[in-house]
Design a protein around this ligand. Structure first.
Ligand SMILES: [Zn+2]
Length: 258
């Protein structure tokens, strides 16, 4: 426990190292290598589930067959592999909803889901290989989508990781119905307090008003997004936002313009 506890990313790196693979490639074949069969099922309730064979290091990953994007399906399988291999995830079967597989904020009640997501993200898209791509490109949602398609991972997971590895000062924001649900920033984006409701001057706020455009980007004043005190410098942000109808959510990348 404590500072010696390994992170979910470190477990993913170790597992890849054990098989001498730079990344998993086909996640279903990888699941098979570690004793898990992947089955597509007509689920109405969960996106992914792990059914363990009692007393054996074997099991079945069930994935909802109607998940449309192949990247999201692969991410769901990798998430269930996370529950299978991460310590402290218990020995009981588990089923995970779309919300679990898109949870990134470490609420106590969802800690295992966040760990499984962080593990899945590193398994499919190791930070080291992502840095090689992102270090000489601007961190945008279009780039995240391109990388997600190539590496069979989800858009949100990829965007979070782009924010983590880029040299730019970036933050990612997830909003539902004009309410900011969670944010994820890198160290270069200074300490900040995001607002709780979207400002109508943000591109994200406009996307909720008018769904005819799926994406919007542009320069915005920092106080459109952040609670700043009067004395602080007010830089300009570049906002890149995308409406995701499946979640009725908007995903935004904010980058400080220097
Ligand atoms: Zn889960």
């Amino acid at each position: 426990m404590g500072s010696f506890e390994r992170t979910p990313e470190e477990y993913a790196t170790e597992l890849l190292g054990y098989f001498e693979m730079p990344r998993v490639g086909d996640v279903n074949s990888f699941a098979k290598m570690i004793g898990l069969k992947v089955r597509e099922v007509p689920s109405q309730t969960f996106d992914g589930a792990l059914i363990r064979v009692p007393n054996k290091l074997k099991g079945v990953v069930a994935v909802r067959e109607t998940i449309r994007e192949s990247g999201k399906k692969a991410f769901t399988v990798a998430h269930e592999i996370g529950h299978f291999v991460l310590p402290g995830h218990g020995t009981a079967d588990c089923s995970c909803t779309a919300k679990d597989i898109n949870s990134w904020q470490a609420h106590v009640s969802r800690q295992k889901e966040v760990s499984a997501n962080r593990f899945a993200s590193e398994l499919l898209l190791p930070a080291r290989s992502l840095y090689e791509i992102v270090s000489h490109r601007k961190a945008t949602l279009a780039l995240a989508q391109e990388i997600a398609n190539e590496h069979q991972t989800s858009l949100t997971a990829t965007a979070i990781k782009c924010v983590d590895v880029t040299d730019e000062a970036c933050a990612l924001v997830w909003s539902i119905n004009n309410h900011i649900e969670w944010t994820h920033k890198n160290d270069s984006f200074w300490p900040f307090i995001p607002k709780t409701r979207l400002d109508q001057n943000s591109c994200a706020g406009r996307l909720f008003l008018d769904h005819s455009q799926p994406a919007a980007e542009g320069e915005v004043e920092a106080d459109v997004w952040l609670c700043l005190d009067n004395n602080s410098d007010k830089p300009t942000l570049w906002e890149d936002s995308l409406f995701l109808p499946y979640y009725n959510a908007v995903l935004s990348i904010l980058t400080i313009e220097f």
